[in-house]
Design a protein. Structure first.
Length: 402
């Protein structure tokens, strides 16, 4: 339908140009005199250019788009370049190029930067770059590029849409998080220790021959002084308990901050080789029973980049069933809406309350809604460990007093 309208619009403009030419010619013929013919010859070049522009094939243009920024985090900058090529040097005057986004919010951010007016001239190739700052998290699609050419006075306009699709994935912003689980099991018992430590380097149990890749700090220098042979300390192995992160992705004013907090925790866990799992409740379920390798973390990051708030207002209690890994696990719940249904779900779960950390992400602790305050007080009375955290406190969230 749009193509038909454009076709009629172009033919309508062509007829308008022809009428201008005929009108000027008839006026000069009947009026006579130097002035009338001067007007006709002054209009003639512009009319001829408009008619030639009508026959100029926009399909001969070759356009491609390049995403210059390989990885973008929430709030970051995105650079895009557009290149146009053609096989002839027909002079193009006013050329308007517009890059089209599906998401209206992104189109608003782009404002006039994704649209450019320039004089193409006789050039056979042209490249244009534009940047967008403060990109929102999510999966954003580019559907195509629209090109419009115009003559001197706007008598003739031709427009063509080039369907060139691209997807820009904006990941959640990741911050360092000092994450400490409830306990880590040693051969002799359980103690509070850094998240998922693989070796306790303060507890040497013996020495062995040095192997390539051993850290310098692990070398047993006393043995080297005696034997002149490099020996490496052996440490007691630790086994970190399973940590399950549950993301309550219902609609809230801090949804984006929650996504960043979850992504930051998972990144810390992967860096420290944690025994980690993630379950998200949003527009669609996300269940990752094991998140340890870089590939598994990338899958999580892509999921968190695309996730949207859940349509329902009720917390899905089956999340705990999905994340059930036995009694010997700790659970970290991240929410922005600690309502009665969520609290009751925590109380009715088969997980020991001492192994549950519930983080309530808020914009400002000083401006907490009364309803949220009452929910937090109720949860604490029931024995649930609630921590209210602002975005600026994510790095030391596990050190905040409960």
């Amino acid at each position: 339908m749009t193509n038909v309208k454009n076709l009629f619009a172009v033919w309508g403009r062509f007829l308008f140009v022809v009428i201008i030419l005929l009108s000027a010619f008839v006026f000069a013929m009947f009026q006579g005199g130097k002035v009338s013919w001067t007007i006709f010859y002054m209009i003639l070049p512009f009319v001829i250019y408009s008619i030639l522009l009508f026959f100029y094939p926009l399909s001969g243009l070759s356009i491609d788009r390049t995403i210059r920024t390989p990885r973008v985090e929430s709030g970051g900058n995105l650079m895009i370049s557009i290149r146009m090529k053609r096989t002839n040097r027909f002079p193009l005057l006013y050329t308007v190029v517009k890059d089209k986004w599906v998401d209206s919010s992104v189109q608003t951010i782009a404002n006039n930067r994704s649209k450019q007016l320039f004089v193409y001239g006789w050039k056979k190739e042209f490249e244009w770059q534009y940047g967008m700052d403060r990109m929102p998290r999510g999966e954003h699609r580019l559907v195509g590029i629209e090109v419009e050419i115009t003559d001197f006075f706007g008598w003739m306009k031709k427009r063509m849409f080039f369907p060139i699709e691209d997807t820009v994935l904006v990941y959640p912003k990741i911050m360092p998080v000092q994450f400490a689980p409830l306990s880590t099991d040693f051969d002799q018992g359980a103690v509070v220790s850094p998240f998922a430590a693989q070796k306790d380097t303060t507890m040497a149990t013996g020495v062995r021959n040095y192997q390539a890749g051993d850290r310098v700090t692990w070398i047993h220098w006393k043995s080297f002084a005696k034997t002149q042979s490099l020996m490496t300390k052996e440490f007691e192995e630790t086994r970190s308990q399973k940590t399950v992160i549950l993301f309550d992705g219902r609609q809230s004013s801090t949804f984006e901050e929650q996504v960043e907090f979850v992504a930051s925790m998972v990144k810390t866990g992967v860096d420290q080789q944690a025994d980690l799992a993630l379950i998200t409740f949003g527009s669609k379920w996300g269940q990752f029973p094991q998140v340890q390798s870089k590939n598994e973390f990338y899958e999580v990051l892509v999921h968190l980049a695309k996730i949207k708030p859940a349509a329902t207002e009720r917390f899905d209690s089956s999340l705990f069933a999905g994340g059930r890994q036995g009694q010997d696990r700790s659970t970290v719940v991240v929410t922005g809406n600690p309502d009665e249904h969520l609290i009751k779900t925590l109380l009715q779960s088969d997980v020991d309350l001492q192994r549950i950390h519930c983080f309530v992400v808020v914009k400002s602790k000083k401006q907490l809604q009364e309803k949220i305050k009452q929910s937090i007080q109720y949860a604490k009375k029931q024995g649930v460990q609630i921590v209210v955290v602002e975005r600026k406190q994510f790095t030391k969230a596990f050190g905040i007093e409960k």
